[in-house]
Design a protein around this ligand. Structure first.
Ligand code: GDG
Length: 464
C-alpha cells in the first residue's frame, strides 16, 4: 500500500486540549485505522518561521507541523478563509468580504504547505488534502514536480455558482480544484453545485460526464463521499462515559428533568441564535413542560479572533439571559449555555444522557454531532434527534425529526413532538438511523475515497 499523506490547515497533535472540530475527528479516525503522515500548521505563529517542520510520531501516525508567518496568517485565516470562503460556502453573502491582499496571503500559505509536502514526501505517496483552506495547494504541488495522485475533500458545503460568483476570483478557485485528480464532496447537492461552477467557467461540455469534469483539457474525478463515524467506538465510549465524573455531575445537575442538548462549535452557520429563539417559542407554547426540561447548549469557542464570532457570542448570552430571566425559578434554569470544551469521550457521555438532541444548523457540510448522538444512544431507550434539513447529515438520517431551522415555530413544535414521542416510535426511528450509520462508517469514507483516488475509476466515465 502507498504511504498516505494527509494535509489540513490544522493538525491535532496527541494530548492537546481544546475542541478539535469535525475535520480533525474524521481525519484522525482515518489515520488511526490506516496509518500515515499528517501535515499542517503547528498552531504557532512566528515573525520568521523556520522552513524545517516539527516532526513527531504517535500510534502509527507521523505528525509534521510547521509554524506560520505572523504577517500572512491573519490575511489567510481570518481574511480569505473565514471572511471570504466560509460565508459564501454557507450561503451568507451578507457576511462576505474580499481583499486581494488576503487572497495573496491565502496563496502564499498554500505554497508554504506544498513545499513541506514536496520535501517530506515520496513520488509514490498518496496525498489527500482537506478543506477550503487548501484549495490551491495542488497547483503548488504540481509546480514542485509532484505527479502522483492528489485528492481533495471539501468538508463544508460547495455553494451554487450564483452565490460563488460573488467572489471575484471564483474562476481561479474552480481551476485550482481541477489540479487535483479526485475532488470529493459530502452530498450530491454539493457536487451538483460544483458542476454548476465548472459549467459556468468552462462550458457545458466540461460537465458532460457524471463522474468527472474536464477543465482545460484535464479530467478530474468528482464524487460524493459523505463522512461517517466509527459507530462501535462511539457507542462504547458513550456507554463507558456514564461512569465519568463530569457526566454524573451533568446528570445530577438536571435533577431528574428531561434533557435537551446541543453541541456545536460557536459559529453562525450552526443556527444557535435561531435555536435559542425556537426554544423560547417552545416554552411559551408548552406550559406543561415548564420546569420539566433543561436545555444545555455546549458551544466551545472556535475562531474567536474573527469579529463575527464575538458578535454571535454576545447575541447568545443575551438570548439565554432573557429566557432565563423570564422563566427561571428558584430551582430551575431553562437554558444553561456553556462556552467551554470537554474531552470528546465526556461529550459522548453527555449525548447518551440526552432525551433530545437539537442539531439545527442553518447550513452544514455534514454534522458529525448528529451522527454521534444516534450512535451514543441506548437502543432500548433512545433519545430523539431534531435535525436541520440544511445539514448534510439529513440526507442519510431521514428518520430524524427533520426541520427547517429558520422556521422557529416549527422547530418548537418538533421539540415538543420529540419529548412526547412514544418509546416504540423512538426505537423504530433509532434503529433505522443506526443502520444508516453502519452502512457508511468512517472506514467506508476513507477507504472509498482513497481506493477511488488510487484506481482513478472516476475517470473511466459513466453516463450522466
Ligand atoms: C466540519 C464541517 C462536517 C464538539 N465540541 C467539542 C468536541 N466536538 C466534536 C463533536 C464532533 C466535532 O467536534 C464537530 O463536528 P461537526 O461535524 O459537527 O462540525 P465542524 O467542526 O463544523 O466540522 C461539518 C465536519 O467538518 C466533518 O467533515 O461534518 O459539516 O463544518 O465530533 O463531537 N470535541 C471535544 N470537545 C468539545 O467541546 N473534544
Amino acid at each position: 500500500m502507498n504511504r498516505l499523506i494527509v494535509v489540513s490547515n490544522r493538525v491535532r497533535l496527541p494530548q492537546t486540549s481544546g475542541a478539535p472540530g469535525g475535520l480533525s475527528v474524521g481525519v484522525l479516525a482515518a489515520l488511526r485505522q490506516r496509518g500515515g503522515t499528517w501535515v499542517g500548521w503547528s498552531g504557532t505563529l512566528a515573525d520568521e518561521p523556520s522552513s524545517s517542520p516539527h516532526i513527531s510520531e504517535d500510534g502509527g501516525i507521523r505528525y509534521v507541523t510547521v509554524d506560520l508567518p505572523r504577517a500572512e496568517f491573519e490575511g489567510y485565516y481570518s481574511g480569505f478563509c473565514n471572511g471570504s470562503l466560509w460565508p459564501l460556502c454557507h450561503y451568507f453573502p451578507g457576511r462576505f468580504r474580499y481583499d486581494p491582499a488576503e487572497y495573496e496571503a491565502y496563496n502564499a500559505i498554500n505554497r508554504r504547505f506544498a513545499s513541506v509536502v514536496a520535501h517530506k514526501g515520496n513520488a509514490s505517496d498518496q496525498v489527500w488534502v482537506h478543506d477550503y483552506q487548501l484549495i490551491p495547494m495542488a497547483r503548488y504541488l504540481r509546480a514542485e514536480g509532484i505527479k502522483g495522485p492528489l485528492g481533495f475533500f471539501l468538508h463544508i458545503p460547495f455553494p451554487h455558482v450564483e452565490v460563488l460568483r460573488v467572489l471575484p476570483v471564483y474562476a481561479e478557485l474552480v481551476r485550482d480544484l481541477a489540479q487535483y485528480d479526485l475532488v470529493g464532496f459530502q452530498t450530491e447537492q454539493d457536487l451538483m453545485a460544483f458542476r454548476s461552477a465548472v459549467r459556468d467557467v468552462c462550458g457545458e461540455e466540461a460537465v458532460a460526464v457524471k463522474s468527472y469534469v474536464t477543465v482545460d483539457g484535464r479530467k478530474v474525478g468528482v464524487g460524493v463521499f459523505p463522512i461517517g463515524i466509527d459507530v462501535e467506538s462511539v457507542a462504547a465510549q458513550a456507554a463507558a462515559a456514564q461512569a465519568d465524573d463530569q457526566v454524573r455531575r451533568l446528570v445530577a445537575g438536571v435533577l431528574g428533568r428531561r434533557l435537551l442538548l446541543g453541541v456545536d462549535r460557536l459559529d453562525y452557520s450552526k443556527g444557535l441564535v435561531e435555536r435559542f429563539t425556537a426554544y423560547r417559542h417552545f416554552l411559551e407554547s408548552s406550559p406543561e413542560h415548564l420546569g420539566r426540561i433543561t436545555y444545555i447548549q455546549i458551544a466551545p469557542l472556535g475562531r474567536m479572533n474573527v469579529a463575527a464570532y464575538s458578535e454571535i457570542r454576545d447575541a447568545l448570552e443575551q438570548a439565554a439571559g432573557q429566557t432565563n430571566g423570564q422563566y427561571a425559578d428558584t430551582d430551575w434554569t431553562p437554558i444553561r449555555y456553556l462556552n467551554k470544551d470537554f474531552p470528546h469521550h465526556v461529550l459522548l457521555g453527555f449525548l447518551r444522557c440526552a432525551d433530545v438532541c437539537a442539531v439545527t444548523p442553518v447550513r452544514d457540510g455534514m454534522n458529525l454531532v448528529a451522527k454521534e448522538f444516534v450512535a451514543a444512544q441506548d437502543p432500548e431507550n433512545p433519545g430523539v434527534l431534531v435535525l436541520s434539513n440544511m445539514a448534510g447529515a439529513a440526507r442519510e438520517l431521514t428518520d430524524a425529526l427533520l426541520v427547517n431551522p429558520y422556521d422557529e415555530h416549527a422547530v418548537a413544535a418538533a421539540l415538543r413532538e420529540a419529548l412526547e414521542l412514544p418509546l416504540a416510535d423512538r426505537r423504530a426511528c433509532h434503529a433505522k438511523m443506526l443502520a444508516a450509520l453502519k452502512r457508511n462508517t468512517i472506514r467506508h469514507w476513507h477507504e472509498s475515497f482513497l481506493a477511488s483516488l488510487r484506481s482513478g475509476r472516476h475517470l473511466d466515465g459513466g453516463s450522466r
